[in-house]
Write a protein that binds this ligand. Structure first.
Ligand SMILES: [Fe+2]
Length: 192
């Protein structure tokens, strides 16, 4: 697991990749999702962390295809009940922005930018085709959990979990993350 990169910032939301992942998984758990969908929620953006295109790929007009990278990477350990929603979570954004104007309104600027690179909102025929696919409904649920507002209580809970993971990682690593790990150069401006 590319843990060092997990401390990189998540898009323009002023949270780290790790906190974003934990928030999504936490919301999945609160919603009563099964273990596979909770795992998919936790790991849905891992594809951003397994390439060397840099954290500013979208700013340079590059779609890093992180949903495909994530599906392929996770496929070494997980079945389709996890990799399916991961593979489809970008298309779920394209679906939701076509089907629900309120969803588009809550996207971050970075997510709007990446949406354009990912093809934009689905035209109606593609939206209908998408939602009929296996794992599409799960991907839509996952997608909504990425954008729900964070309550103060949830922020504190995620912060505690994130700090605990970072502490364990630094204690176990022979080479702790460099002090400049959050520098502009190493940020992952993602994008959902
Ligand atoms: Fe994503």
């Amino acid at each position: 697991m590319p843990r060092a990169r997990a401390s990189a910032e998540y898009g323009t939301d002023r949270v780290t990749q790790l906190a974003h992942a934990l928030q999504c998984a936490s919301l999945a758990e609160e919603a009563g999702a099964g273990s596979a969908l909770i795992a998919a929620s936790l790991l849905h953006d891992v594809g951003h962390l397994v390439h060397d295109l840099g954290g500013d790929a979208a700013e340079r007009g590059i779609d890093d295809r992180h949903e495909m990278r994530g599906r392929d990477w996770l496929g070494k350990w997980f079945g389709e009940d996890v990799t399916g929603p991961v593979r489809l979570h970008v298309d779920a954004k394209r679906y939701l922005t076509a089907a629900d104007p309120a969803y588009f309104a809550i996207l971050s600027p970075g997510s709007v930018q990446s949406l354009a690179l990912q093809g934009g909102p689905f035209p109606t025929p593609l939206a209908e085709r998408f939602i009929a696919l296996p794992h599409a409904a799960a991907a839509v649920k996952l997608r909504r959990w990425t954008r729900l507002p964070r309550s103060p209580e949830r922020r504190r809970r995620i912060s505690r979990i994130s700090a605990g993971i970072s502490k364990r990682h630094c204690a176990a690593s022979a080479e702790p993350p460099a002090a400049g790990a959050m520098s502009r150069k190493r940020r992952f401006r993602v994008l959902a």
